[in-house]
Design a protein around this ligand. Sequence first.
Ligand SMILES: Cc1ncc(COP(=O)(O)O)c(C=O)c1O
Length: 389
Amino acid sequence: MKTAERLSKIPPYLFMELRKKINKAKTEGVDVISLAIGDPVEATPDSIIQELCLAAHDPVNHRYPTDEEKGMLAFRREIARWYKERYDVTLNPDNEILGLIGSKEGCHHFVLARVNPGDVVLMTDPGYPAYRSSILMGEGVPYNVPILPQNNYLPVLEDIPTDVARKATAMFLNYPNNPTGACATVSFLSALVEFAQKFDVAVCYDNPYSEIVFSGQPRLSFLMAPGAKEVGIELNSLSKPFNMCGWRLGMACGSAELIAGISKVKENTDSGIFNAIQHAGIRALSSEACFIEQMLDIYGRRRERVLQTLKKIGIDFNPPRGTFYLWVPVPKGMTSLAFTNRLFDKAAVVVASGTAYGQYGEGFVRISLTVPDERLEEAMQRIEKEFAQ
Ligand SMILES: Cc1ncc(COP(=O)(O)O)c(C=O)c1O
């Protein structure tokens, strides 16, 4: 049976390929340590699990989700409260907030709601691979905007050719940035709004790491920039701040028109989020903010441990202050892939090659801090041993 042509344009999903490689090595008896995937290993806080159990026992929640395409009003209200408290952003739960099955789902449905076949969609390079897939599945045309260390990994909006900007109908961005860890600035967000207004580009500001920042880095939402709500949406998620990747819960906030468009897509595809999970989400947002600080202490410690090893093997750099990833320059004279392969073959440590995120990822690898301390320690010792020779 032949599948649709659009699927053939989509590159294999990075982590599926990595998982295959890891599983193969494991079946051969190799003790592989993966630092490749950003998926917290510590449990979701207990109170959130308890809330899910309670809600799951209530037959009311066994029916189709309430307000199916939008998410429960109580969940949307809690998101509005969270955005006010964390970012001083005012949102109307009636038409400026939408519950999502994670931020990744939002990327895909944003494209379906905004992009016509053949439209140019801007995305950063390096960038989160799901943007490209979403654009291609929506039959848009991805255009890579480089983000480079010399510009603090922010796109230089003035460098986007005017004819490309005119043709573009949407743009994906994500700060704190996966994979580089870079953070946006208030002035950049304002410039982004201006750019979007000038060229009528709808911004999809994917912000699932908004809470994961270090060393006094401020937490920013795109919606803090004046005018942002008129030109785009922000996606956010409970996956990373509350260790809920498997629960599949997130939100889109911002432009009422885009929210209505995405609602329409969802109404006709997924019918919304299990109510019990939304109740658990309310619990997370309303009473587990302190959990984020506990996790940041853990990631901060791990960050220092990895930086110590990197320094020992001659990689000394000043890492950006966001996300639980480190975007690490590879040793001089090596490519990303050569370094990745050497770590795998000689130390059984898996990191993500920078090139998996785009051509400007060459010269870097991404290390994730979402592994147990003792496994990270073991990985660092193996790396030190391999490169000390
Ligand atoms: C930039 C970015 N966006 C979206 C996601 C997906 O988040 P969610 O679990 O909310 O779908 C990830 C996950 O790694 C990510 O790195």
